[in-house]
Design a binder for this molecule. Structure first.
Ligand SMILES: *Cc1c(COP(=O)(O)O)cnc(C)c1O
Length: 218
């Protein structure tokens, strides 16, 4: 199977309202170009240097999504071009994104990352922290940031019932938050191993890497 076949097979199983982010971290530019030739325009990366190098080398109609944990001091490198930042897990980061976005006269779309997994190592806000941020009227405080939804990662487990329950928790938080925030339209959940469960639970954006590009060698 090549990348184009993998992509086409994936697309045929994903409903039209679900955006596919091709997670290309660690993969060489040729692989991204193969996906590009097959029509893919949205790519996800988790390291800023790697994403910027690919952004500079590859076609300019690609939308670059930062899907990894973001350090505040790295925001300035993505601010000129990033299309969506998935992993905003603290208000301090919104503040920094706002500052860097304003330097480029941009409004940067962001997702708030919610901690839904059992593992302590996964980043994210609690429900309480989420509503704390939303209640502070982010669009007025941070005019160069647009909070467009939520992102989450399920526990890495074979237990489908658990994964499903975690996605359903995130979906209900999303619906609740949507009542407060009119700019919400994206719920980013689901990866190679669990995207079907995520879509069943209401995902509107899936982040799929190995199922398109093959296993990663670190
Ligand atoms: C690597 C990564 C993915 C893609 O993982 P696959 O299992 O290869 O599909 C999705 N989301 C995040 C946040 C990632 O870091």
């Amino acid at each position: 199977m090549n990348i184009a076949d993998n992509l086409n097979q994936l697309r045929s199983s994903v409903p039209a309202h679900v955006t596919l982010v091709a997670v290309s971290k660690t993969k060489p530019q040729e692989d991204l170009l193969e996906a590009y030739a097959a029509g893919q325009r949205v790519f996800g990366e988790n390291k800023i240097q790697e994403m910027t190098a690919k952004y500079e080398a590859l076609p300019k109609d690609i939308a670059w999504h930062m899907i990894g944990h973001v350090q505040s001091n790295k925001v300035k490198y993505m601010a000129p071009y990033v299309s969506l930042i998935h992993g905003v897990d603290r208000e301090k980061l919104l503040k920094e994104i706002n500052k860097q976005a304003s330097k480029h006269e941009r409004v940067i779309d962001c997702l708030l990352q919610i901690h839904i997994a059992k593992e302590e190592t996964k980043f994210g806000l609690s429900e309480e922290e989420l509503f704390g941020i939303l209640q502070s009227d982010v669009s007025t405080t941070y005019p160069n940031v647009r909070v467009v939804g939520l992102m989450g990662m399920a526990t890495f487990t074979d237990n489908k019932a658990q994964i499903k329950a975690e996605f359903e928790t995130l979906k209900s938080l999303y619906e609740k938050a949507k009542e407060h925030i009119t700019t919400f339209h994206t719920l980013s959940m689901g990866m190679s191993g669990d995207y079907s469960l995520a879509i069943e639970a209401g995902s509107t954006m899936i982040r799929v890497g190995s199922k398109i590009f093959g296993a990663r060698n670190y």
